[in-house]
Design a protein around this ligand. Structure first.
Ligand SMILES: NCc1[nH]cc(CCC(=O)O)c1CC(=O)O
Length: 313
């Protein structure tokens, strides 16, 4: 009997995502032997330090990818949002299932919404993108860095008496925590991160057996959107270590891509959008990146890199 071993982190969200993909696989391939390979990554061990200080998004992903390359697992399930624009040699993004709701959500204490935040309120997030977008609107708001898995961030928000926290709607939904949401933010208000709400299923490029098993999980519309978003990301170099947003939607034969680069304190924000045929998704994402760069994003990124110190690894 054929088997598939799924490498995953052990946070409740990561486990939910890996089990979800396991269930999808089993539903398409009755009798398939699906198991989880649970791992602790460097990112999990340094959860208390700011992500930008410990080396960025690759941290959660690298060790899982090594397990795939070593043959200790057959596929890995990640949040696409946590993945850098370049994949290691030998691994591919074999399937992207249908996207979950990509919007950000405000989780206010005592029912407070983002719109009704009192002057000078303290809001929890460790996302430079969310900080940039919120501070642009509300320069009076103080950003408090909260790290850890979703439940930990919500606990810190309560413990520290913050007015609320900004989190991804998708993660809260998957964990059954929608109750804590007081306001879901449309992309016009909070442009989502590249890949937000999308699961990335990775496998070895040469593993034809597993690629075939994964084929039915692929959602073509989601693939088009993430192709555009990740083309934008690649050109802007990014990671979650720069304040960057990118979001694409598909309607019929057209793809609409929006992007944003800004300072974490919201004092400068450059936005842009492009529209074109879905066949041009990659080129449209790149074109939008070029446009943002020429309209000020290049300066913002350069200043930001200088201030935080280059830490490309
Ligand atoms: N940065 C951590 C992370 N990576 C993916 C998600 C949510 C799920 C998703 O976007 O697919 C989260 C939590 C959050 O941002 O609140």
């Amino acid at each position: 009997m054929s088997r598939v071993r799924i490498a995953t982190r052990q946070s409740p969200l990561a486990l939910w995502q890996a089990r979800h993909v396991g269930a999808l696989l089993a539903s398409h391939h009755p009798g398939l032997d699906v198991s989880l390979v649970e791992m602790t990554t460097e990112g999990d061990r340094f959860l208390s330090a700011p992500l930008s200080a410990v080396g960025g998004k690759g941290l959660f992903v690298k060790e899982i990818e090594q397990a795939l390359l070593d043959g200790r697992a057959d596929i890995a399930v990640h949040s696409l949002k946590d993945m850098t624009s370049v994949f290691p040699e030998g691994l591919m993004l074999a399937a992207v299932p249908e996207r979950e709701d990509p919007r950000d959500a405000f989780c206010g204490l005592n029912g407070v919404t983002l719109d009704a935040l009192p002057q000078g309120a303290r809001v929890g997030t460790s996302s430079l993108r969310r900080s940039c977008i919120l501070r642009e609107r509300r320069p009076d708001v103080e950003i408090v860095s909260i790290r850890g898995n979703v439940q930990t961030r919500l606990a810190r928000t309560r413990e520290q008496g913050l007015a609320g926290a900004l989190l991804a709607y998708a993660g809260l939904k998957r964990l059954g925590l929608e109750d804590v949401i007081t306001q879901v933010l449309p992309p016009e208000v909070s442009l989502p991160a590249v890949g937000q709400g999308v699961l990335a299923i990775q496998c070895r490029t040469e593993d034809a057996r597993v690629r075939e098993l994964l084929a039915p999980l692929e959602h073509p519309t989601t693939r088009i959107a993430v192709t555009a978003e990740r083309a934008l990301l690649a050109k802007l170099e990014g990671g979650c270590t720069v304040p960057l947003a990118g979001h694409a939607t598909v309607s019929g034969d057209a793809v609409f891509v929006r992007g944003l680069v800004g300072r974490p304190d919201g004092t400068r924000v450059v936005r842009g959008e492009v529209r074109g045929p879905v066949s041009q998704a990659h080129a449209l994402g790149e074109a939008l990146a070029d446009e943002l760069l020429s309209r000020g994003a290049a300066d913002i990124l350069r200043d930001f890199a200088r201030r935080t110190g280059a830490r490309e690894s």
